[in-house]
Design a binder for this molecule. Structure first.
Ligand code: LLP
Length: 444
């Protein structure tokens, strides 16, 4: 069953409409494949997180994890909604700064930030670095001393909570490339070292327990463990901490059976776990930071494709191919991710066949959806795949030299192109032909 997220609805023509725009018209205007983002819905979700915190009375920051979808327009939108930003590379940081995102509301993640990236971020004056390892701590300290400045830092710790399963186990997350382990006291050593490192100012702790989380117990357990460490840092190591960053990972409804909580519900659970743990330790309440990526943009994004060829293998399967695939959505191939689809121009027609949606790349693994029931569809019809807003455009590639799609934001019946489609010229933009290979026609 195709679920209508946000402002999506079926219009009088029986077409899928998003943000007041007929999706078939969007394809006529902007071409296909096309990423369509429901701007109103994104704003609503950010506001829901903020409402949740406003109700809790806690100080907070909602930092959008820009890795989910990083463009100048989304940075502007987040800024307008009072959000902060989590970046993980110089490219994401550059995107944010080039969109005039205030540097002091940006924090920088990553398990191997390069010296060049750290210098760039220091020069920009970002709000905080989330230090992941001892190497980075030394590097950042040295760069700050050279500049005669102090950088605000959080330490990323691994609390040993595996949030991917309902029956989470306490050691699962320990085998991770990220962060300082709490269980074997590496995190304690990191705190001591941070306090001794001239040039950095330790202001808080960070943990991120995973992605696509539908229950709150993992957050509560992580908060409990990290607050114990926080208490040790303050009372035994003498740290002056004020920030607790609990990461992102809130789930969304990709398909029937997915049962995410509302943003307010996640925040209510987090706020009560923070209050409970900090009260128990007799600590003043910290500022709480969350870093949602998927839940802010995931369900707000829809990909529109044009249906092309069809291969019927009697008694076996019908393949329906679209004009995109793993180049704009690598998630089914990478994570066996499941999606729902509908024929955008036939939303009121009954399903008559079960088909599998194939991409156009030259490999059998390029399948977007296995077995989806749809109405009779022909070449030229528009197929809408929902919930493609997070980690799709941001992980898109030029495999097979296929250009990345355009992206539009829709709202109140208006569409705005926020990323233009890659052209053929874009695809060869970085190529160089060695002089000795130049063909006569290319030689001057
Ligand atoms: N904070 C940190 C430190 C993270 O590592 C991540 C995601 C987030 C926040 C945001 O998590 P979210 O709210 O989006 O779940 N490419 C994968 C997802 C990788 C997530 C990496 N870290 C996918 O397509 O599912």
């Amino acid at each position: 069953m195709f679920y209508l997220h946000g402002t999506s609805r079926i219009n009088d023509l029986g077409h899928l409409e998003i943000g007041g725009c007929d999706t078939t018209e969007l394809v006529s205007q902007y071409g296909s494949p096309l990423f369509v983002y429901d701007e109103t819905y994104i704003r609503q979700i950010i506001r829901s997180y903020r409402n949740g915190f406003d109700n809790s009375g806690l100080q907070y920051e909602v930092a959008y994890a820009s890795k989910a979808f990083c463009t100048q327009a989304i940075c502007r939108l987040v800024e307008e909604e009072g959000g902060s930003l989590d970046v993980v590379s110089m490219g994401e940081l550059y995107t944010a700064l080039s969109a005039s995102f205030p540097a002091e509301r940006i924090h920088f993640h990553g398990n191997n930030k390069t010296p060049e990236e750290l210098e760039y971020a220091l020069d920009a004056g970002i709000g905080a670095f989330v230090i992941d390892n001892f190497h980075e701590m030394q590097l950042l300290g040295a760069l700050c001393r050279q500049r005669g400045i102090f950088a605000k830092v959080l330490l990323r710790v691994t609390p040993g909570v595996d949030a991917h399963t309902h029956d989470y186990i306490s050691t699962g997350q320990q085998d991770s490339k990220f962060g300082f382990d709490v269980s074997n006291e590496t995190a304690h050593r990191a705190i001591e070292q941070a306090l001794q490192t001239e040039g950095i100012q330790l202001i808080g702790l960070h943990s991120h327990i995973g992605s696509s989380i539908f229950i709150t117990e993992g957050f509560a357990l992580a908060i409990e463990r990290v607050s114990r460490l926080y208490e040790w840092a303050v009372n035994s190591a003498g740290a002056n901490l004020s920030v607790l960053n609990v990461g992102g990972g809130f789930g969304i409804r990709y398909q029937e059976g997915d049962t995410p909580l509302a943003p307010e519900q996640y925040i209510e659970a987090i706020a009560s776990a923070v209050k409970h743990s900090f009260d128990q330790h007799g600590l003043p309440l910290p500022k709480v930071v969350i870093e949602p990526g998927r839940s802010i943009v995931g369900a707000a994004g829809t990909t529109l494709y044009t249906i092309g060829s069809k291969k019927v293998i009697p008694g076996v399967r019908t393949y329906l191919a679209v004009d995109g695939g793993m180049t704009d959505n690598p998630r089914p191939a990478l994570y066996q991710a499941k999606y729902e689809a509908a024929v955008a121009s036939r939303m009121l027609e009954e399903p008559v066949e079960t088909v599998s949606i194939a991409g156009k790349c030259c490999e059998s693994g390029d399948m977007l959806i296995w077995d989806v029931a749809i109405p009779h569809a022909e070449a030229g019809d528009i197929l809408a795949v929902s919930c493609t807003g997070a980690y799709n455009y941001s992980m898109a590639s030029n495999y097979n030299r296929i250009g990345r799609p355009a992206v539009v934001f829709v709202s109140g019946g208006e569409a705005e192109e926020v990323v233009r489609r890659e052209s053929l010229d874009d695809l060869v933009r970085l190529d160089r032909i060695p002089a000795r290979m130049q063909t006569p026609s290319l030689q001057k």
